[in-house]
Design a protein around this ligand. Structure first.
Ligand code: C2G
Length: 330
């Protein structure tokens, strides 16, 4: 994640300065001019040369233009996107994070996300992430097709996108590549109290997750692997047989068996016994966890703990109860 470029984030002022200086390069004004006056790619090239625009830029444009990609519409925004693409190629950027805090001017909010399409075309593996507090303006709905991850800062927005995702198959492929969705609740224990400006830029050192993990299935495997992507050291609170009884979830496999399966699969770094749902914060503090991660069947339920909390989508079409049912019907 070290090459990540954080847009509007305060963590890496040097990178941000660099991007701003590219975008604010004086030639941007010239590009505005030619957007109105020039239409073909050869004219654009000669315009760039005539105006003695930084040769580094047009060298890069040349590659793009000689291939004559038909989908490119040379709007002002695309020219700025080219600059961004140039920056990405020169700096080996692997991820772009766009933060859309609330209460900032419309144009600044949305300026960058419309570039995601171009970025996806030239760098299909580059990760694009959006942090949002409310739903994206409908004019930019298309952006979801080119975003890898959406981090919602509140449950309402998260639920809005979950619904949109589940209905997207009936929307004539309008949203072909729907992003992965997260609800992130940043804790207020950080020095910086404005959660609007917080982003996940680096892996957390220590993370924690909880579960029964009975009749271990690929939904479990999937969530534990995703948890591991967010932290360097993952503690797994495996619910005790007694707690399962209390939850009315008598497990098929006992604690030792469930623990052994996770260990053998080499998922996580340590497993401990979860004795009560109410002790969440004690476990968080005991284990020094900076982030608690859960599937979204628990969305919003653990917002009260003293570390950041991340909820992610459950894997569809698989559950322990489904497997229990299948065993029963055999
Ligand atoms: N999970 C998932 N996809 C599935 C099934 C489960 O992502 N198809 C996730 C759940 O959201 C949860 C984790 O896998 O984060 C473990 O799920 P369970 O074993 O069902 O755990 P649960 O009984 O919900 O216990 O203190 C919290 C509890 O101990 C959680």
């Amino acid at each position: 994640m070290d090459n990540s470029l954080s847009w509007f984030a305060s963590e890496n002022p040097e990178q941000i300065q660099k991007i701003y200086s590219i975008i604010n390069h004086k030639s941007v004004n010239d590009f505005y001019l030619f957007h109105n006056t020039i239409s073909t790619s050869s004219e654009i090239l000669s315009f760039l040369i005539d105006n003695n625009i930084n040769s580094n830029f047009y060298k890069n444009f040349e590659v793009i233009l000689t291939n004559e990609f038909p989908h490119i519409n040379f709007s002002t925004n695309n020219i700025v996107a080219f600059m961004l693409l140039y920056y990405i190629s020169q700096n080996n950027v692997s991820k772009i994070i766009v933060n859309i805090p609330t209460n900032i001017p419309f144009i600044v909010e949305y300026g960058i996300i419309i570039f995601f399409k171009d970025i996806r075309f030239f760098y299909p593996n580059l990760i694009t992430e959006l942090y949002i507090s409310e739903k994206i303006d409908e004019n930019y709905d298309d952006t979801v097709n080119y975003t890898t991850n959406i981090f919602c800062r509140n449950i309402e927005t998260y639920k809005y996108y979950v619904n949109m995702k589940s209905s997207s198959s009936s929307m004539q492929n309008k949203y072909k590549y729907f992003p992965k969705l997260f609800y992130i609740k940043f804790s207020n224990t950080h020095d910086d109290r404005d959660s609007n400006s917080k982003l996940i830029i680096h892996k957390y050192k220590r993370g924690i997750t909880f579960g029964t993990f009975d009749l271990f299935h690929f939904g479990h495997d999937n969530i534990l692997k995703r948890c591991m992507q967010f932290c360097e050291h993952l503690c797994i609170g495996l619910s005790s047989d007694e707690l399962n009884m209390k939850k009315g979830k008598n497990s098929v496999d006992n604690y030792e068996k469930r623990k052994e399966v996770i260990e053998k699969a080499k998922l996580g770094d340590e497993i401990f016994k979860e004795e009560s749902l109410e002790y969440k914060d004690d476990y968080v503090l005991q284990k020094g966890a900076e982030i608690l991660m859960m599937g979204d069947d628990w969305v919003g339920k653990f917002d009260w703990v003293s570390c950041d909390v991340l909820y992610m989508e459950r894997t569809p079409n698989i559950s322990t109860s489904m497997l229990k049912e299948q065993i029963r019907n055999k």
